[in-house]
Ligand binder design. Structure first.
Ligand code: FMN
Length: 265
C-alpha cells in the first residue's frame, strides 16, 4: 500500500488539480499532502524521501510551463516514485511529459507512470467553447482508475520501471509568453480584487482601478474564469485567432492516455 502521497501541482484554472486529486483518490493512501505551486511565488524547497509523488502541470504550447520549472527548481527526492500528469486543452500535449520526466529524473524521482488528460482550454469562453467542462465525470473516473492501477502495480517489484512516454527530445521550441493579458471592463468590475488573488504571477493591482502588468502575464486566464462579474476578458487578436484555430481543428473529443511499463500491464 502507498503510505503517503505528495500532490504537487500548478493549476491556475484547477483542471490539473482535479485530475491529480482523483489519481490520489484511486491510490487510496492514508495521507495526502498538497503542495499547490500556483500561489507559491518562491517555489517549493523540499527533499522528499518517502511515499509517492504526483506532479501535475498544464501544457503550455506543447511544453511544461517555465513558471513550473522555476517553482520546482529546489525540489528534490531520494528516488521515490512519481506519477506525472499533463493536462492539455484538447489540442496536443507534445513534449510536455517528456520534458517533465527529464526534469524530475534529474531531481532524483523515479517515474513509475504518466498520464495526459484533457481540461477546459484556458482560452475557452462561453461564445467560443474549447473542451468546455473537461475534465468531466468520465475523465475523473479514468483518473481514479489510473490511481488504483498504479497502487496495485507498485506492490510488484517491477512497478519501479520508467515507462516509455511519447514526445521529442530536443523539445519543440518554447513559444514566448508575456505582453498579452486579459483586460477589465470597468463598467462591470466592482474592484473585488479576486482577479489579483487568483493570479499566479501576482501582476494585477487593484486600488481605484485594475492595473495588469501584461509583460509578465502567462495567459492562464484564472482572472477571467474566476471573475464573479465576468469583467475580465482576453480578447487580443492573437488569442482570437488561436481560439478560431482550436475550434476548427481541435473540437473532436480526445481521451486520457496512460503510460506505464509494459511489464505492469
Ligand atoms: C499559454 C497557454 C498555452 C497553452 N498551450 C496548449 C497546448 O499546447 N495544447 C493544448 O492542448 N492546450 C494548451 N493550453 C491549454 C491548457 O493546457 C489547459 O487549459 C489546461 O487545462 C489548463 O490547466 P489548469 O486548469 O490546471 O490551469 C494552453 C494554455 C495556455 C494558457
Amino acid at each position: 500500500m502507498v503510505s503517503k502521497t505528495h500532490l504537487i501541482y500548478f493549476s491556475p484554472t484547477k483542471t490539473t488539480k482535479k485530475i491529480v486529486e482523483q489519481i490520489a483518490a484511486g491510490l487510496n493512501a492514508p495521507v495526502s499532502e498538497h503542495y499547490d505551486l500556483t500561489q507559491m511565488e518562491q517555489g517549493l524547497d523540499m527533499k522528499l524521501d518517502d511515499g509517492l509523488a504526483i506532479i501535475g502541470i498544464p501544457v503550455y504550447a506543447g511544453r511544461t510551463p517555465e513558471i513550473v520549472l522555476r517553482r520546482i527548481q529546489k525540489l528534490s527526492a531520494t528516488g521515490i516514485p512519481v506519477v506525472l500528469v499533463a493536462l492539455y486543452g484538447n489540442r496536443a500535449f507534445e513534449d510536455a511529459l517528456v520534458e517533465l520526466r527529464d526534469v524530475v529524473v534529474s531531481k532524483g524521482f523515479t517515474v513509475v507512470a504518466a498520464g495526459a488528460f484533457i481540461g477546459e482550454h484556458s482560452y475557452s469562453t462561453s461564445k467560443q467553447p474549447i473542451a468546455v467542462n473537461r475534465p468531466d465525470m468520465a475523465d475523473l473516473q479514468k483518473a481514479k482508475e489510473f490511481g488504483t492501477i498504479i497502487a496495485k502495480e507498485l506492490q510488484k517489484q517491477s512497478g519501479k520501471a520508467t515507462p516509455e512516454i511519447p514526445g521529442d527530445v530536443p523539445y519543440k521550441e518554447r513559444a514566448p509568453l508575456g505582453g498579452i493579458s486579459p483586460e477589465t471592463d470597468r463598467e462591470l468590475c466592482t474592484l473585488c480584487a479576486i482577479c489579483a488573488k487568483v493570479c499566479p504571477t501576482f501582476i494585477i493591482t487593484v486600488n481605484s482601478d485594475v492595473i495588469t502588468d501584461a509583460k509578465n502575464c502567462i495567459m492562464c486566464c484564472a482572472c477571467v474564469k474566476y471573475c464573479p462579474e465576468k469583467a475580465r476578458e482576453l480578447k487580443h487578436p492573437m488569442v482570437e485567432g488561436r481560439r478560431e484555430m482550436l475550434i476548427k481543428n481541435c473540437s473532436e473529443r480526445k481521451d486520457p492516455v496512460f503510460f506505464y511499463e509494459p511489464s505492469l500491464q
